[in-house]
Ligand binder design. Structure first.
Ligand code: DAK
Length: 259
């Protein structure tokens, strides 16, 4: 997979793929072309049977400092409508494999929204999260007002969105925006460890469980529970369920085949 703005390692480790945002001079600003590459890479990895978990990262200074302001600056409302970035973001939202964000430095605006499209987040102590769109006369446009509010609650989301101030990794941890904060030299390694823990499970169970957890975001409890129940039953049609339970009884480690 050859891209201009990202680096992709489909076999970073057994069952683990890695995507690195790679526009370092622009602090990984998410130009349209970069986002299209992220979308295409994720789609390819989602269809790759060898891959069971995907890590999305940037570099030490920046995960991503937001959408590319220079590219957006001259656009009209109609330009924005016709570009229709939502098709790209919606594709990312629908990726079935677990995505782990490994974040260091700035995760701002669309950068923070991209983090919130991931399923788990490992942050370095130097990470800074924010929705600073208000400072350039706009507001979040890729779910920042909605996902952030669901995660951190109304008053915290309001503070971030209305003041544009950044929060530290430690504060992001307190608010439930990230799973873990580690020293900067360890953030990628810790994300890989988390990916390993996921990748050794049954890929089918992982897929249906991810789907069910995401369902909790936008459905009433009764509907989510109904959905969960169906996915739960469905897993009893898999060989992995037989293997997982047999392995428990036989006191050995399971070998999941994704069947
Ligand atoms: N866009 C373009 N270039 C950027 C950038 C950005 N977001 N952020 C940084 N850069 C560039 C800088 O212009 C600079 O380039 P040169 O001047 O060297 O050519 C280089 O990266 C280094 O940045 P600084 O010199 O500014 O570095 P500092 O350490 O002094 O400051 C900073 C770092 C992150 C605090 C600062 O760069 C900054 O405030 N950046 C802008 C952050 C921001 O406002 N982000 C939100 C952008 S709006 C949507 C999807 C997504 C979005 C909207 C809609 N749809 C699906 C519809 C998202 C919108 C946004 O994210």
């Amino acid at each position: 997979m050859n891209f201009q703005y990202i680096l992709v390692e489909p076999r970073y480790e057994q069952h683990i793929a890695l995507i690195r945002l790679n526009r370092p001079k622009e602090l990984n600003a998410l130009c349209l072309e970069l986002m299209a590459e992220v979308r295409d890479a994720l789609k390819t990895l989602d269809a790759d049977e060898e891959v069971r978990a995907i890590i999305l990262t940037g570099n030490e200074r920046a995960f991503a400092a937001g959408a590319d302001i220079k590219q957006m600056a001259g656009k009209t409302a109609i330009d924005m409508l016709l570009i229709d970035q939502f098709t790209t973001w919606d594709t990312i939202k629908k990726i079935k494999k677990p995505i782990i964000a490994a974040v260091s430095g700035f995760a701002l605006g669309g950068g923070n929204e991209l983090v919130m499209h991931c399923d788990m987040v490992v942050a370095s102590e130097t990470a800074m999260f924010g929705q600073p769109e208000i400072k350039i006369g706009v507001m979040p446009g890729a779910g920042g007002t909605q996902r952030l509010t669901r995660v951190v609650g109304k008053v915290n989301a309001m503070e971030m969105v209305l003041t544009g101030k950044f929060i530290t990794a430690e504060r992001a941890y307190e608010l439930g925006l990230v799973n873990k904060v580690v020293p900067v030299e360890l953030y990628l390694e810790e994300a890989v460890k988390l990916a390993r823990d996921v990748a050794q499970q049954s890929p089918l169970a992982i897929r249906l469980a991810k789907e069910a957890v995401l369902k909790a975001y936008d459905s009433p409890l009764s509907e989510g529970l109904e959905f969960e129940r169906k996915n739960f039953y469905l897993l009893f049609a898999t060989e992995d369920q037989k293997e997982g339970m047999a392995a428990f009884v036989e006191k050995r480690a399971p070998i999941f085949q994704g069947k």
